[in-house]
Write a protein that binds this ligand. Structure first.
Ligand code: CP
Length: 316
């Protein structure tokens, strides 16, 4: 359900962590995102950010986050500068993140930054006057992914509250599930965490859920957990964050969602995944009505359009 909410002012605001937002503010962003859908699809046109420039600085690989931010800025009538390969920048000569961000601050009106180090986006925000949007910082947070995940659940289930949501896979290193567990707890959903023993949700995230009144269940038994699930949120094992390859090889392939497993699921179960997927969802699942992950990835465009327009100050 979308509510008409009292107007809120996000102009100039950094978006570093979902924890910086109240439930009311999240609802406001989601309702703004809904308005952006026809523009994100190219069915309607707008130039509310004409003359504005986005710096898109990706120090780590990305397909969806980078391209959907770029699509969002273009759909709003703005322009994009930046890089997807930091080795082609003066970082290669030893320039600091702070100085690189100072440059973006003087060349653009908003900065999107992805970085392998936790806390890098918060640091970037300290060196920029223009708003900084965290596009993922190490195993830390990924707030814009979290907002598009919430948006997807809201669109598909008509409400976020009262859903039984299973988070599956690498809950230790997967930054999307860290942000999402917190945000879902704000909405009071039921949470079940399914992971290998050594990739459990960090204690501090579990504690955040508890402080918001949600007591997550933990299990390694996916077959059991899927029976009552309304949403199954799958994540890949984050190979790049493992300190040793042997440990990765021990757990990769622990879980695989396939049509056989789905025989036990509710008819209206939706399967989400921030992508990229590796082997954790069999391609045969793509053709089932449960598969929402590609639509979820599209939802990154209207949600990021909403965020860019709100922080830069364009009015639809
Ligand atoms: N979901 C997500 O962050 O995907 P990318 O790494 O491709 O941006």
């Amino acid at each position: 359900m979308f509510f008409f909410l009292i107007k809120m002012n996000f102009k100039g605001k950094d978006i570093i962590s979902i924890k910086d937002f109240s439930k009311k503010e999240i609802n406001y962003i989601l309702s703004h995102s809904k308005k952006m859908v026809p523009y994100a699809k190219g069915e309607r046109c707008t130039d509310i950010l004409k003359g504005k420039v986005l710096s898109s600085f990706f120090f780590e690989p990305s397909t969806r986050t980078r391209l959907s931010f770029e699509s969002a800025m273009n759909r709003l009538g703005g322009r994009v500068i930046g890089f997807a390969d930091p080795t082609a920048t003066s970082q290669k000569k030893g320039e600091s993140l702070a100085d690189t961000i100072r440059m973006a601050d003087s060349y653009s009106d908003v900065i999107v930054v992805r970085h392998p180090q936790e806390g890098a986006a918060r640091l970037a925000a300290e060196f920029a006057d223009v708003p900084v949007l965290n596009a993922g910082d190490g195993a830390g947070r990924h707030p814009t992914q979290c907002l598009l995940d919430l948006f997807t659940i809201l669109i598909e289930k008509k409400k976020i509250e009262k859903n039984n949501i299973v988070l599956l896979g690498d809950l230790k290193y997967g930054r999307t599930v860290h942000s999402l567990a917190y945000a879902l707890s704000l909405f009071g959903t039921e949470l079940t965490f399914v992971s290998p023993e050594n990739l459990k949700m960090p204690k501090e995230i579990v504690q955040e859920c508890r402080e918001l009144g949600v007591e997550p269940k933990h299990t390694s038994n996916l077959e059991k957990a899927i029976k009552d699930a309304d949403v199954l949120y799958v994540t890949r094992i984050q190979r790049e964050r493992f300190p040793d390859a042997e440990e990765y090889n021990r757990v990769v392939g622990t879980y695989r969602v396939d049509n056989d497993l789905l025989k036990q699921a509710k008819e209206n179960l939706i399967i989400m995944h921030p992508l990229p997927r590796i082997t954790e969802i069999h391609p045969e699942v793509d053709k089932t009505p449960h598969a929402l992950y590609f639509k979820q990835a599209f939802n990154g465009v209207p949600v990021r359009m909403a965020l860019l327009s709100l922080v830069v100050g364009g009015k639809l």
